[in-house]
Design a binder for this molecule. Structure first.
Ligand code: DLL
Length: 432
């Protein structure tokens, strides 16, 4: 369902006008209010009056995560603190977190974009949303909460964790929409199956899953085990939280709410802007954010813009689902490896569970990569010979996908740690 026809199906010419106007206002605002941007623009010799249309965006400086860290906590705020009504931070585990501030208007905008994302998965005012994203400084919980309220759905703010209670609530309250990370959705399926729950008999019909990279095969697994439509929701704290974009029912890319967030794809090494179809780093400009606006923010997420329009009727820019992050990408003997490529292989193999961990180590001067993957209960009783054959099969499929040698180890069911939020897929011992 399209939540906001006017905004989501705007013509190219109208959108261009809107983008140009919003960019002009944004640049004036950040130049006047944020000393960091004044300095950056002065250094580049760009004045706000040089920005006339959206095409002039390439004249503007990029913003990086390090810039945000250096201005921690409130150095990038464009409004007085009395205008700020809420604060969130990134879930980053290293260094200082990234801080996002929201004015009242920012919360309204967030509610609007989240309503679009949830409507795209079929959420209406008659739905019961089981919101298993964490509430707190993480943006997942409150983002979905605001979107549900905007739609008028009934939101159950259960937050993450306490998995058996999640299943009980799902059954007793008749949840129809599930929101959580894809890895947690699978864990819910696993625990429910152990409890003897037949998800297909429950009213659950769809979900918005995101906050971590996942593959199409993992989608199929979630859809078949929970008996629902599973769509990808994308976002990041720096930009707004969840709500930057969502897939529609055609599952052909993430529709960016581009009347608020202007996307570009760049070559991460040179900063050059790439054409639709070319893979690179996603850069986003927050056209309307008041408290913490950002010019050309380098997300570190890797994707491409999909050329052409979607069958659903929305005219918004679409991006491929996120392949990984520039800083998540492993370089193994010179080859770029994303955990999502390995997942793509594993989810297609009979007898193993999509619970896996990638262990990178350095033996002498050589990087070695081992994939540990859980076998399912049925395989446990198999002969060693058969298990070894399965290991070799997985190994050869991953090797042909990546083009490098890997080790594969089948581990017993339920031995890889489950996550209630973002899954930790990679253990890189080289850095320890
Ligand atoms: O994860 C916001 C969010 C909450 C998105 C709930 C979707 C659902 P952060 O903690 O700041 O914010 O992490 C942002 O997570 O730069 C991506 O690397 C990754 N990420 C988010 N959504 C997806 C997705 C939230 N759908 C970082 N696919 C981003 C792949 C995703 N990666």
């Amino acid at each position: 369902m399209i939540w906001n026809e006017e905004r989501e199906t705007m013509s190219d010419s109208k959108k261009r006008e809107l983008h140009s106007e919003l960019l002009r206002n944004l640049v004036k605002r950040v130049y006047e209010k944020i000393p960091f941007y004044k300095k950056k623009m002065d250094e580049l010799g760009v004045k706000p009056s040089d920005i006339k249309t959206i095409d002039d965006i390439v004249k503007l400086p990029f913003t990086t995560k390090d810039d945000l860290r250096e201005n921690y906590p409130f150095g990038m705020f464009a409004v007085p603190m009395s205008e700020v009504v809420e604060i969130h931070t990134s879930s980053g585990t290293t260094g200082k977190p990234v801080v996002g501030g929201y004015t009242k208007n920012d919360i309204d905008m967030w509610s609007e974009v989240m309503a679009r994302c949830m409507a795209a998965s079929g959420t209406t005012r008659d739905d019961v949303v089981q919101n298993a994203y964490g509430y707190g400084l993480f943006t997942g919980g409150l983002g979905v909460h605001y979107g549900s309220r905007k739609i008028g759905a009934n939101v159950i703010p259960i937050s993450g964790g306490n998995t058996k209670r999640q299943i009980m609530v799902m059954q007793d309250f008749g949840s129809t929409i599930l929101t959580c990370t894809p890895s947690y959705a699978l864990y819910l399926a696993e625990v429910g199956e152990e409890m003897g729950v037949d998800f297909k008999k429950l009213p659950l019909k769809a979900g918005n899953f995101g906050a971590e990279p996942w593959s199409n095969n993992m989608r199929k697994e979630i859809e078949s085990r929970l008996g629902i439509l599973a769509l990808d929701i994308y976002g990041l704290t720096e930009i707004i939280g969840p709500g930057v974009g969502n897939e529609c029912e055609y599952k052909e890319g993430i529709h960016i709410c581009d009347d608020h967030f202007y996307p570009e794809i760049i070559n991460p090494d040179t900063g050059e802007v790439l054409e639709p179809g070319e893979v690179g780093e996603l850069v986003i400009t927050t056209l309307t954010r008041e408290a913490t606006p950002l010019l050309r923010y380098r997300t570190r997420d890797i994707t491409s813009i999909i050329p052409g329009k979607c069958k659903c009727g929305r005219t918004s820019t679409r991006i491929q689902r996120i392949m990984g992050r520039t800083d998540d990408m492993l370089i193994i003997r010179g080859v770029n490896v994303f955990p999502s490529q390995i997942e793509e292989v594993l989810v297609n193999i009979e007898g193993v569970e999509p619970h896996y961990q990638i262990i990178v180590d350095r033996v002498g001067a050589l990087d070695v990569l081992e994939v540990q993957v859980e076998m399912n209960e049925k395989l446990l009783s198999d002969e060693i010979k058969e298990l070894e054959a399965l290991e070799r099969k997985i190994q050869s499929e991953i090797e042909s996908m990546l083009g490098i040698k890997v080790g594969v180890k089948l581990v017993e069911p339920k031995t890889i740690a489950r996550s209630e939020g973002k899954a930790k897929r990679v253990i890189d011992k080289r850095k320890l």
